[in-house]
Design a protein around this ligand. Structure first.
Ligand SMILES: *Cc1c(COP(=O)(O)O)cnc(C)c1O
Length: 369
């Protein structure tokens, strides 16, 4: 069987009774949309992060988009983020009518270079959008200082960092609001699409609840636009609720997988993940770097190992974002990394056998490239 960077079938076998129990519970409850599982998950997810409010939505992209809108971001505003991210981060900003503004990332840990943010602030800047990429957090203190100085909002993109910590604070508790995805591959993944935005600001939470529900505060009366139908599905919410209780266990497993890679690959010339000061990494993806990336990936195919690149194209170089006006060379570190990074198999239920197969195949391949 081909070895993939991610697979959920082992997890499903292990947790099948619980998952099917969740489905059956919802189907028998008589409440298929916005029932007790959504509200239960929302409060338990908020509590896990030590924030006051959680609002379930249909996916991570809309968690970001509605999060921005709930913070008052709209046409004419600028939002500062990175180009080394999943394209949905930028799609969400664009979807509000605001303009994404990019800063480069750091070569060591691939995260937002916060030292470049001050120079990117203009009178139109409304919000800073740090992406806690690959499973570890952006350096938040300088961003918080800039936000306070310039009266800006902070929305954290936590789609890859469920449970990550930064100087002891949990990802999602540091900004004015934080957006999560529960796409199946994520550290906390549903069995389909899902997302949530969390906040400790009651007014932002109230805005989010209206935004995901057509702009209504109550049936059937619209109080604000633009509205959306962006509800979290009741079945997915019940599955997430049960998986949230196992999240800390998933994190431990991911860290154990990361340690095994670090030991097994220590003597190769791969650049392994570097953990920024104060961070507890949750390894959504295990990203390594090598100048001969493409040849390595090609050679591993003969070992039946299929790897992934997160991400092969910096967002600012995509034709869909040409209108933003970034030329090649404008974000040099991001562009260089995109040609060198690749991801090794990483998920909580990854078996030791499969991981050892990857380590030995990689070690062999690296001797020849
Ligand atoms: C997955 C992801 C998203 C989008 O989430 P969806 O649920 O797929 O819409 C946004 N930002 C980042 C960083 C992601 O990894």
């Amino acid at each position: 069987m081909t070895t993939l960077v991610w697979d959920y079938l082992t997890e499903y076998e292990d947790e099948r009774e619980d998952i099917l129990g969740a489905v059956d519970q919802v189907f028998r409850s008589g409440k298929l949309v916005m029932g007790p599982s959504v509200s239960g998950f929302e409060s338990e997810f908020a509590e896990y992060h030590g924030v006051a409010h959680g609002v379930g939505v249909d996916n991570g992209t809309n968690a970001l988009k509605l999060g921005l809108q709930a913070l008052g971001v709209g046409p004419g505003d600028e939002v500062i983020t990175v180009s080394n991210t999943a394209a949905p981060t930028v799609v969400a900003i664009d979807g509000t009518g605001a303009t994404p503004v990019f800063v480069d990332v750091r070569r060591e840990d691939y995260l937002m270079d916060v030292e470049q943010v001050a120079a990117a602030i203009t009178p139109r800047t409304k919000c800073l959008l740090p992406v806690h990429l690959y499973g570890q957090c952006v350096d938040m203190a300088p961003l918080e200082a800039l936000a306070a100085e310039h009266g800006l909002k902070i929305l954290e993109d936590c789609a890859q960092s469920h449970g990550a910590r930064h100087h002891g604070r949990i990802a999602g508790s540091m900004g004015d609001a934080a957006a999560f995805s529960f796409y199946p591959t994520k550290v906390l993944g549903a069995y389909g699409d899902g997302g949530a935005t969390i906040t400790s600001d009651a007014e932002v939470a109230d805005n989010l609840r209206k935004l995901r529900y057509y702009g209504m505060a109550e049936r059937y009366y619209v109080v604000r636009t633009p509205g959306h139908n962006s509800r979290l599905d009741e079945v997915q919410a019940e599955i997430l609720r049960r998986k949230l209780r196992r999240l800390d266990g998933y994190l431990e497993r991911r860290r154990a997988v990361a340690r095994r890679y670090a030991e097994g690959l220590a003597d190769t010339d791969l650049v392994l993940p570097s953990i920024a000061e104060g961070n507890d990494h949750v390894y959504y993806v295990y990203v390594v770097r090598h100048p001969e990336r493409d040849r390595i990936i090609e050679a591993l195919k003969s070992y039946d190992i299929s790897l992934n690149i997160s991400y092969p194209w910096p967002v600012h170089t995509m034709t869909g974002f040409e209108h933003l006006g970034y030329s090649r060379g404008s974000l040099p570190v991001t562009e260089e990394l995109a040609n060198q990074i690749f991801s090794l198999p990483m998920y909580a239920s990854l078996s030791l056998d499969v991981q050892d197969k990857v380590i030995s195949a990689l070690t062999e391949v690296l001797r020849t490239v």
